[in-house]
Design a protein around this ligand. Sequence first.
Ligand code: HEM
Length: 617
Amino acid sequence: MGALDPWAVAAAAAVVWLLAVGYRLVWRWRLRSIPLVRPMPFFLGHLRVFRRLPLYRAYEEWMHRYGGIFLCFMGKNPVVVLSDPDLIRQVAVKQFAKFHDRPSIIAMPTGRRQSRDKRLTAIRSGLLVARGGYWGSLRAAMAPLFHSTALQSYSSVMNRCVGRFLQRLQEMSALAANGCSGPAEAAALAESTEQPAAAEGDGKGGGGASQQQPQQAMEAAANSSAAVPAELDIHALLGRFTLEVVGQSAFGVEFITEGDEQDLKEGKPNLVAAVKAIFSAGNFTPSNGAGVLFRLVPNWMEPLFFVLFLRLFGAMARKLEYARSTLMCTADLLMQAAKKQALARGEKVHMVETDWRWWSQAWADQNPYKGVTPAPNSVLDMLMRATNKETGRGLTDVQIAAQSNTLIAAGYETTANALSFAIYCLATHPEAEARLLAEVDAFGADKEPTLDDAPRFPYVEAVMHEALRLYPPAHTTNRECTAPGGATLVGGDGTQYHIPQGVWVHFNIWGLHHSEAHWKEPHAFRPERFLDEEEVAGRHPNAFIPFGLGPRNCIGYKFALQEMLISLVRIYQRWTFQLAPRQARPLPLRMGITLAPKDGLWVTAHPRSANSMTAAA
Ligand code: HEM
C-alpha cells in the first residue's frame, strides 16, 4: 500500500469537519427559539461538563442559568431540556400524540439497514423503550397487573416479604452482637443461614430464610443490651426485599436474592448481580465514554457500533452481556414453563418460536429457574393472551420475555433506592423520625398494614414523597418528537418553541424538584410541605413528578408507593437506624440509569424494644 497523501488526508478531515459544523448549525437554526448551552466543537457535545458533573447536576446548573427550557447536545443529538412544569405537561399530556415515544437507547434504522442483532431485538422489545402501536399493546396487556384489585392482593405478599427482611435484620444484628468481627462477616453469616433455592417445579423457587436459627438469633439480639450495634448496608438488604416482592407479585415465583459479585465474577447466572450491572453501567448515558461515542456516529451506524462495542470494550461489555443474558434467559425459562402450564390447562397458546436466543444451552441449564413454574395468571399469562396492535397477532417469545426482564429491572432497583433515601432522611432528621414513629405506634406494633390502611399514615406518606422529591431515583425521563411536522410548545410569557421531528426532550425531574420557583427551601427535608394545605394548594400540580407524567408515566407507581408504605410501617414498628460511622454525609450519590446511594447506605440498626423484637417472629 502506498503512503497516504497528506493533502488528501487534510482535505478529507476538512470535509468531515465542515459537515459536522454544518449539521450542528442546521439543528441550531431549526431550534433557534430555544436558549442554547454552547456545546464543544465537532459533536463532542458537553463532554467537558459531563466529566465534571453527572447529567442531573449539569441540568440543574443550566436550569438556573437558562431557565425552564434550554437546548444542549449529546454528541450529534440535539436535546431540549424542560424544567418548567407547564412545558413538561404540554409534552407529556396535552401533545402526547406527538411525543408518544422515548428515544431509542440505540438508534433504530428501518428497512434494509435494520439490524438483526439478537441482543438489540431484545433490548428494543421492552415496554420502557417500545414505540408506536406496539407500546400501546404492551401497556394495555400489562395494565391488569397494576389494577386496584390486583394491588389489594399484593399487600399480603409485601407483608410476607418485609417479614423476611425483618428476620434478616435480626439475624445480622444478633450475629454482630455475638462477636462477629465486622459487618461483612455478619452479612456473610446471615446469608449462610438461608436455604439456597430449591428450584423444583412446584410453583415456588424456594430461597426463603432459614427457619433453623432466627429464634436464637432474635433472642440474642433482644437480650444483649451491651451488644455492639451491627453496621449493615441497608440498601443491599432492601434490594433483596424489592426483588422478592416483584418475583412474587408479578410471577408468583420466589426469586433467589443472595450472592451477587462473586457469581458475576464466576459467570453464574444471578438476578441481583445482573440488575446491578445494568443499572450501574448507565447503559450508554453521556456519563460514560461509551455513551458519548454512541452519540458521535450517524444513526445508521449505531447498531454496528453496538456490536463492535461488545467486542472491544472488554470489562464493561462483558458485564452487560452477562446481565442481559441472565435476565433474558431467566425470563425465557419462566415463559416456557408458563406456556407448558397453560397448554396443560387446555388453553390455546400461540407458540411463536423465532430464533432469538443468543445464549448456549449449557448457560440455560445452570440457571436456577430451570424447572420453576410461575403461578397461574401471572403477568406471563397476561402477555401470552395479548395482541400486538401493529401486527394483529400475538406477541412473540422475545417480546413476552422482554417484559419480564423490564419488570424485574424497573421494579427492583428504583424502589430499593427510594426506600434507602427515606431511611437516610429519617436517620438524619430525628424530629421527623419521632413524628413517624408516633403515627406507626398509634396503628399498633404487631399489625400488618394493607392498602386500605393508607389513610392512617399521612405522615409516613409525606416522608415518602419528600424523600422522592429530594432524591428522585429517576432523575430524568425522556420523550422524542415523532410528529412529521414537529410540535410547538408555548411558554408562560407566550413565547413559541418549535420542536422538529426527531428531537429528544428530557424532563429535568431533579432540577424541577430542587427549584426555588416551586419549593420553599428546596434542599431541606421537610415532609410537612406535603401536609400543609395552603402550601400544597399554592404549588404547581406538576412540580412533583418522581414517576413521570401522562399516559407514559410509570406503570408501577401505585405498586411502588404501596410497597414503600407497607415496608416503612413494618420496619419502623421494630427498628430505628443511625448512620454508621463509615457512612459519608451528605449522602454520596451514584448516577447510572437511576440515582442510587453510592456504595450502599451503611447504618446501625436499633431494636425499638425487646418485646417488639420477639413479636416479629
Ligand atoms: C420508587 C419507585 C419508582 C420510581 C421512582 C419510578 C419512576 C419511573 C419513571 C420516572 C418512569 C418514566 C415515566 C415517564 O417517562 O413519564 C418510569 C417508567 C416505568 N416504570 Fe417506574 N418507577 C418506580 C417503580 C416501578 C415499579 C415497582 C415498576 C414495576 C413493577 C416500574 C415499572 C416501570 C415501567 C415498565 C416503566 C415504563 C412505562 C412505559 O414506558 O410505558 N416502576 N418509572
